[in-house]
Design a protein around this ligand. Sequence first.
Ligand SMILES: NC(=O)c1ccc[n+]([C@@H]2O[C@H](COP(=O)([O-])OP(=O)(O)OC[C@H]3O[C@@H](n4cnc5c(N)ncnc54)[C@H](OP(=O)(O)O)[C@@H]3O)[C@@H](O)[C@H]2O)c1
Length: 391
Amino acid sequence: MRAVGLYRYLPIEDSQSLVDLDIPQPNNPTSGHDLLVAIKAISVNPVDTKVRRGLIPITVQIEKNTPHILGWDAAGEVVESGSDCTLFKKGDAVYYAGSISRPLGTNCEFHLVDERIVGRKPKSLSFEEAAAMPLTTITAWEALYDRLSLYPDVVKGKTTAPSHPILPTDVPYINNKKRNEHQSYILIIGGAGGVGSIAIQLAKNLVNRSSSPSSPFMTSSSSFSGINVIATASRTESVEWCKRMGADFVVDHHKNLKSQIKEVIGIDYVDYILCLNETDGHFESMKQLVAPQGKICSIVQTKGPVDLGGELLHKSATFVWELMFTRSLYQTPDMVSQHYLLNTIADLIDNNKIKSTLTDVLSPINSENLRKAHKKLESGTTIGKIVLSGF
Ligand SMILES: NC(=O)c1ccc[n+]([C@@H]2O[C@H](COP(=O)([O-])OP(=O)(O)OC[C@H]3O[C@@H](n4cnc5c(N)ncnc54)[C@H](OP(=O)(O)O)[C@@H]3O)[C@@H](O)[C@H]2O)c1
């Protein structure tokens, strides 16, 4: 089958950094949870470029003379399913983000994937539009809802935030008026990129409008009317894109975030911060901006040590990581939640609540186009998602 891969981890300018290959097709799955999928479209993420450069140690290492086939995001059609599969069958259209611990990626014609991390392709989207979504959507969803503990109003069993276990709603000394009037804010650093584009939509459209979130300022009887989204972007086109995704405010990540937020919105703190770029560079700003008892989630590994004490301790602030590969890497018991998450997003897309973040399609899937996509992503100026289509 046709594939694009590499034998050595090289800079993207090197013509050997990604090469066209003819490799054996994977065997049909006869047992287990695997699906064999005929790939129609793939999307490229920064993880593809980091693995290609040899920067990510948790992934499989290439063996001598065996090419490494990269790629995680894909949309395609099920060709065969293992005997333990119950979620999909031959002919189903699917979309998924794969696992970083498996040797064969999605940059090839046929791919094996565990059905527990696969979703049904949104019916209203083309394969290209669908391929743009899975990896960034899983990341944004898990960051907002599993790590920052915001509450989406679409998931059964998660519709009501727990009320404070010991605090009555009408306590003397607590300024309930102030708490009821409190507006919640989330700052999304890197709003126009792949993850930011869907994180803005999820935060703006899906945070529960009828129950209160875990915001320190709010009582369980507060009428919570959603969250205000502050995104960051530094260019006219990326600012416009963030607004189109639903951001209420946009500030520039190359300028002082605290003073811009004070000037534009008039607030000193934000309840939640989602950091999607340069964790080290934004760390001091995040420490200053996070509210007392607020929460920060980052998805980008720091380059060096950061100080989790001082102001973060004084504020009893939470700092939490999100890695969307954790569930498949450790085969966690709740790994199948990514299947349900992708299906929920498919329903939301088909009901026009969420839109695809696709901005660019290159065709066909070959080394030349994949190198173009990697190069663009490495420039750090991508808006939305780049997809490659057809072999
Ligand atoms: N932990 C996980 O599970 C996980 C999952 C997905 C991605 N990631 C990581 O998250 C990062 C973002 O991924 P992505 O797909 O969203 O990337 P992306 O699409 O390449 O992000 C591009 C955006 O980054 C913005 N940007 C550039 N420099 C910035 C800075 N100094 N501060 C804030 N924003 C900046 C740019 O905005 P302007 O053009 O407006 O400057 C651009 O729109 C990558 O490092 C990726 O590896 C982690």
